[in-house]
Write a protein that binds this ligand. Structure first.
Ligand code: B16
Ligand code: MG
Length: 216
């Protein structure tokens, strides 16, 4: 029997990747770097500063900025990104998410968020689902990002569940690897990518049943 659920945010609860892409593309253009949607895939689940480093390396400009300048660039990107989230609402929940959370609550299954995003609490509030989560891991407290298992272990423990009794939900390969390294059951959610190592892969949460999952 499984006793707790740990969710990634971007790509699982809502699709914020499109807004990250617009904001990064604007910043990259300002720096004279071109990024496309294929490159954007490699930024999914990656922290803000690591994403900036990848973009700078992509444009062969990795040695052109001091740490303070990079922090200012990352802040500009985030200000732009947060503006793009202004109209985010419950309509932006991905299919099946609300029903799944309601069902988890009805079965007394605690839920936590394991997202690299520092904007996660604000996004969940705008989506109207903040109250379904017992804990949101603060990415500032992490030593390492995904694919390290740290965020998933912390998320499970924060809701009082041993990782072996938890199920993790992810849309990115790095996330699936982190969930498996944490000793958890991994559900991959993706329409585009084959997520290697996932115990179960679906294209949307509408295909999932809380009852079936907890009996695994
Ligand atoms: P922020 P996830 C990740 O969310 C995004 O996929 C990634 O593109 C982003 O850079 C990262 O959050 C940090 O987000 O700039 O808002 O702190 O997939 O881990 O939920
Ligand atoms: Mg994600």
């Amino acid at each position: 029997m499984k006793k707790g659920f740990v969710f990634d945010l971007d790509g699982v609860i809502t699709d914020t990747a499109k807004f990250h892409y617009i904001a990064w593309k604007n910043l990259a253009k300002h720096l004279g770097i071109t990024i496309d949607e294929v490159f954007n895939e490699s930024l999914k689940g990656i922290s803000r500063m690591d994403s900036l480093d990848k973009i700078l390396a992509h444009g062969h400009k990795e040695n052109e900025y001091t740490l303070a300048e990079k922090e200012a660039l990352a802040k500009n990107k985030n200000d732009d990104y947060v503006k793009l989230l202004a109209d985010l609402s419950a309509d932006d929940l991905l299919p099946g998410v609300r029903d799944f959370l309601v069902d988890a609550k009805a079965h007394n299954i605690p839920c936590a968020i394991a997202s690299a995003s520092k904007n996660a609490p604000m996004i969940l509030e705008k989506l109207g689902v903040l109250d379904y989560f017992g804990h949101i891991v603060d990415p500032e407290t992490l030593m390492k990002g995904k694919p390290d298992p740290e965020i998933f272990v912390k998320a499970a423990q924060s809701i009082g569940v041993a990782p072996k009794d938890a199920i993790g939900f992810e849309d990115a390969q790095a996330g699936i690897e982190g969930i498996k390294a944490a000793g958890m059951y991994a559900v991959g959610i993706s329409t585009t990518e084959k997520l290697t190592g996932a115990d179960l892969q679906v294209t949307s949460m509408t295909e999932l049943s809380v009852e079936q999952l907890i009996s695994i």
